[in-house]
Write a protein that binds this ligand. Structure first.
Ligand code: MV4
Length: 499
């Protein structure tokens, strides 16, 4: 087993990994930037070392510094979390050279799945269904034109080094192609340092369905079924659930087999996610492999009962997978809402600052993966995710109701959050009906800020001091309602002290 794990991350995922290590009795070493001196992950780890100034390149992306700290402090493994260095082939290779265990896939597999065009080619050879389109990059304009004619409009331009939606654009007809390619190349160059782009058939109103996989270092691979992550805003997921309403048992078995084959074909190890697009006619296409533990991993944990972070650590320390595909079952339904420090009434503008007060949701079937506490600071430098509320119940409807309850009992004062917005998503009839295509937010939520206008808001500092000074319980007056607003409106309905 590993002797000490350095967690090369911050926020809720660093906390999640530290907790898994604690359960496994593995000592933990946190690293942090000067903006995170008082953050939760620093307080929870056995040891913590400041590695630099707030800008990520100086701290959480500083490979030399992180490797040096690991060696000085005797950490024999590094968990990268998600984002930052998680899918950096150079970092994973560097760990391999230095004799440090990278808790993630081997660097060769990481590089293969990071190159979208190369993995399209590899996967085609393995008879994996991919979206019809080009198999080459760095081509002349004439070849783009020919390829687009062959694919048929509308087509989509994607960056070869891309993923996650950056550098993507839809081209409805031949007139827009040349300008689109040029703009796409410029965007790819500035986002990824690689200007190569390729074309694919554009899939309208797809659903995003991904499969969780685990692979040990001996070629054993299992999948832990799907997650649906169609509710997104500008390619940022905000709600995820499992099972997907769009997948039946027959399709699930088929997609699971394909996901396993993708992982075997890439000689991939550790935890990973195989992403698919599902079209209206329920055709599915392989998109990419996400080579990391994902933000939305808890919903899979709640439905399968498997602790994915502990599995990652066991695999990285050289254990064989003890799970068998036949032994992995989905039970009940889980939903995750991501809580961001953003102002949904001001175009989701990031909202940094001090958290004056918070009250965490809890109760049966409610899990809260959290990186903040009352009094902590939310810095401006990083992804604004604060925490994730995850609910589990036997049925989707019960998990949804439970989420409405959890969100209405979650209070964060001092900064703006997406809690209220997410309550409205959960209460929306289209969400309740399972209509979660990728255009859900544009279609159903674009008037949300206007709907809120004219409603009463209380002064937040006043509420914070009132709530924080109370020693008695803080409870909502009304029962769970479909119209349950988030804390900002809820505050008006809160009773402080005697109820
Ligand atoms: C697509 C597509 C339509 N056609 N590819 C977005 C993120 C990236 N991983 C893939 N994405 C898409 N690729 C083709 N050929 C539409 C999307 C897409 C999307 C996919 C999943 C969830 C939400 C989305 C929102 C907008 C676009």
């Amino acid at each position: 087993m590993l002797k000490k794990i350095l967690i090369a991350n911050r926020g809720e995922i660093a906390v999640r990994v530290i907790n898994a290590c604690k359960e496994m009795s593995i000592p933990t070493l946190a690293v942090y930037s000067t903006a995170d001196r008082k953050s939760l992950h620093v307080q929870m780890a056995d040891e913590a070392i400041c590695i630099g100034d707030p800008p990520p390149l100086e701290s959480y992306l500083n490979i030399d510094k992180i490797i040096t700290v690991a060696k000085e402090r005797g950490a024999d493994a590094i968990h990268p979390g998600y984002g930052f260095l998680a899918e950096n082939g150079d970092f994973s290779a560097r760990c391999e050279q230095e004799g440090i265990v990278f808790i993630g896939p081997n660097s060769k597999a990481l590089r293969l799945v990071g190159d979208k065009v190369a993995s399209r080619e590899t996967m085609t050879k393995a008879k994996i269904p991919i979206i019809p389109g080009m198999m080459t990059k760095r081509v002349e304009m004439k070849e783009f034109k020919e390829a687009a004619e062959k694919i048929g409009y509308p087509v989509m331009i994607k960056a070869s080094a891309g993923g996650g939606g950056k550098g993507m654009r839809v081209i409805p007809s031949p007139q827009e192609l040349e300008k689109g390619i040029e703009a796409g190349m410029r965007e790819a160059k500035s986002a990824f340092g690689d200007e190569s782009v390729y074309l694919e058939k554009y899939i309208e109103e797809p659903r995003h369905v991904e499969f969780q996989v685990l692979a040990d270092n001996f070629g054993n691979v299992v999948h832990l079924y799907e997650r649906e992550c169609s509710i997104q805003r500008r390619h940022q997921k905000i709600v995820e659930e499992t099972p997907s309403c769009a997948v039946d048992d027959e399709l699930r078995t088929k997609m699971g087999k394909v996901a396993t084959t993708v992982i075997k074909t890439a000689s991939y190890n550790n935890a990973g996610t195989v992403e698919f697009l599902l079209d209206k006619d329920r055709n599915f296409y392989f998109l990419e492999v996400n080579a990391r533990i994902q933000v939305e991993h808890p919903i899979t944990e709640l439905v399968t009962g498997v602790d994915l972070v502990k599995q990652q650590i066991r695999i990285a320390s050289g254990e064989k997978l003890s799970l068998k595909q036949e032994g992995i079952e989905q039970r009940g339904h889980a939903i995750e809402c991501r809580i961001y420090a953003e102002d949904p009434e001001n175009n989701f503008f990031p909202s940094a600052g001090k958290i004056l007060f918070m009250k965490e949701p809890s109760g049966p079937g409610i899990r809260h993966d959290c990186g903040i506490y009352s009094g902590s600071e939310v810095p401006v430098y990083y992804d604004p995710i604060l925490s994730k509320v995850i609910t589990w119940a036997e049925t989707r409807e019960d998990a949804r109701k439970r989420m409405i309850l959890a969100l209405s009992n979650y209070v964060v004062l001092g900064i703006k959050t997406t809690i209220g917005f997410l309550s409205s998503v959960m209460a929306h009839p289209e969400f309740a009906a399972g209509n979660t295509q990728t255009n859900f937010i544009e279609k159903n939520m674009s008037d949300w800020a206007n709907r809120k206008k004219g409603r009463r808001f209380l002064d937040e500092a006043l509420i914070a001091s009132a709530v924080a000074s109370q020693t008695k319980a803080v409870t909502r007056r009304s029962a769970v309602s479909e119209k349950a607003p988030g804390p900002w409106l809820t505050v008006g309905k809160w009773s402080i002290g005697e109820v």
